[in-house]
Design a protein around this ligand. Structure first.
Ligand code: SAH
Length: 254
């Protein structure tokens, strides 16, 4: 009896961002697992069982979904954005590596989705048009010293930086500390984009500069893009500014 497990990316917002492959995986699943707000985005189907869980229970949720699939059931685990970016796909792999042999025999599909950095970038222009990296500011799963080292390395090497998980109720100071760290490497006028709930009705996107960037503009649903020293802002009459990073770089970041 071989079950199936699909780890499905829902994209950043409403159904416009759901790929046809993801929609098909959701439609054929007999059981759905996920963080409750993500499950709410999936259209209800008859005879489909739903297991909603808290955001912090990723490992447990992955294990429960694998155990369920191993009974011969077609199971889908859902993630916002892409399941491989700070989300369930790696949690499922961790459980497979340490779990029973039967879990390795499962038919496993990771179904990609539009990750937040791409949706936020597209809403303002092309800020990740050149080399960029993504960092989670959450220090739940790594020490803060490591975050600082990575910020130093990324800014020092001239990467545009996408900051996932910038703040939460339990992590109020990390974004301010990250901005302070980045100001050591980057000029004050470096463009900064705050993209909140992009692709949803309460979407709000603002563009500022590093020296003026205020953590008040960010919450749990916000992705922050900090430009490199090459990132530019083009003012437009009657339209929001365009933010972009040119496709070529001439020299090593100063
Ligand atoms: N797997 C997700 C990321 C999960 S981490 C993805 O690929 O997008 C959660 C973080 O993603 C949030 O704190 C926020 O930084 C970002 N995020 C998720 N959805 C977003 C959206 N619609 N708009 C802006 N940022 C979003």
């Amino acid at each position: 009896m071989t079950g199936k497990l699909a780890v499905v990316g829902l994209g950043p917002g409403d159904a416009r961002y759901l790929t046809p492959e993801a929609a098909a995986a959701l439609a054929s699943a007999e059981a759905l697992y996920g963080y409750a707000p993500y499950l709410q985005r999936v259209p209800v189907r008859q005879n489909q069982i739903r297991h909603a869980s808290d955001n912090r229970e990723e490992g447990q949720r992955a294990g429960a979904a694998l155990a369920h699939a191993a009974t011969g059931v077609n199971v889908a685990v859902v993630s916002g954005g892409d399941p491989g970016v700070f989300a369930m796909a790696a949690a499922v792999c961790e459980q497979i590596e340490s779990g029973p042999d039967a879990w390795r025999a499962l038919d496993l599909a990771i179904v990609p989705g539009v990750t937040a950095v791409l949706a936020v970038a597209a809403s303002v222009g092309a800020p990740v048009g050149h080399d960029f990296c993504a960092l989670s500011l959450s220090d739940n799963l790594k020490p803060w010293e490591l975050v600082e080292r990575r910020l130093d390395a990324a800014a020092g090497a001239g990467f545009v930086i996408a900051l996932y998980n910038p703040v939460s109720r339990a992590r109020p100071w990390q974004l301010g500390a990250a901005f302070a760290r980045l100001r050591r490497h980057l000029p004050g006028p470096t463009p900064v984009v705050f993209g909140r709930a992009v692709g949803r009705p309460d979407e709000r996107v603002t563009v500022t500069i590093l020296e003026a960037a205020d953590t008040i503009a960010a919450d749990m649903a916000t992705l922050v893009i900090v430009g490199s020293c090459a990132t530019r802002v083009i003012a437009r009459p009657g339209r929001p500014p365009l933010v972009y990073t040119p496709r070529s770089a001439q020299s090593v970041h100063p």
